[in-house]
Design a protein around this ligand. Structure first.
Ligand code: ZN
Length: 243
């Protein structure tokens, strides 16, 4: 992969400071922020839904995909892009939303559990920090709105962007997962190795919606804008296999 590969149809660097697409609002966060999605031009089919920062502690996912979105011409967009699925968490710097709910454990799945989901303070620590999975499955406005958006758009596949596990979680062994892996060197895995009750991935699988989880590595945003954003730019232009 070279950064100049699509130089002829990318936005000049001087003009990449701002987003050129006007997002639609698909819901409201618990603290009242708009939940926003950037969509392809009218009439263009949506190949993938891409969403970032369902965990507020993963704002690197927002910056990497925003940089990709700002690198392509608005007319080239072939994905629906949610830059922050959990905007309250991003602003507060918390993994969960404003109610302390882990939004990736709040999806209405057959395995949703009221047990408090654990996570790690740092990757070196045990999973000893507790959040809530919500009072009931799908209770949180950010989850309900994203679920409705995905159902309404009915795109062929979904990419959720996280950090910093450095892998492509690709339970369906998909062409899209291989495409990502070939371009980034990220290892493809069938699961992340610990239970994720009530997760988006399980919800998607139970509804027959192909999805992969893209886990950015433990690198600086500065590095990843150079290495991962061009891959996402190609994805957003519709150059990746559908699933
Ligand atoms: Zn995450």
């Amino acid at each position: 992969m070279t950064s100049g590969q699509h130089e002829h149809d990318t936005v000049p660097r001087a003009e990449r400071g701002v987003l050129r697409t006007t997002p639609d609002t698909y819901g409201t966060s618990r603290n009242g922020l708009p939940l926003q999605v950037h969509l392809p031009p009218d009439g263009a089919a949506i190949r993938h839904v891409v969403f970032c920062a369902i965990h507020g502690t993963e704002p690197d996912s927002t910056v990497i995909v925003s940089s990709a979105l700002r690198s392509i011409l608005p007319g080239q967009l072939r994905c629906a892009v949610v830059l922050a699925a959990n905007p309250d968490g991003v602003l507060m710097g918390t993994r969960g939303n404003a109610a302390g709910v882990e939004l990736n454990r709040n999806w209405p799945t057959s395995d949703w559990s009221a047990e408090q989901p654990p996570h790690r303070w740092t990757l070196e620590d045990p999973q000893d920090v507790r959040l809530s999975s919500g009072p009931e499955p799908g209770s949180e406005p950010e989850v309900g709105a994203l679920r409705d958006l995905i159902e309404r758009l009915d795109a062929p596949s979904i990419v959720s962007v996280h950090s910093p596990l450095a892998c492509v979680d690709d339970p369906g062994d998909s062409k899209l997962g291989r495409w990502f892996s070939e371009r980034t060197g990220l290892e493809r895995m069938a699961d992340v190795g610990y239970p994720t009750l009530g997760s988006f991935g399980t919800w998607a699988r139970e509804r027959g919606r192909p999805s992969i989880t893209y886990e950015l590595p433990r690198e600086s945003i500065n590095e990843m804008v150079g290495t991962h954003s061009p891959v996402f730019a190609a994805l957003l232009r519709g150059e990746a296999p559908i699933d």
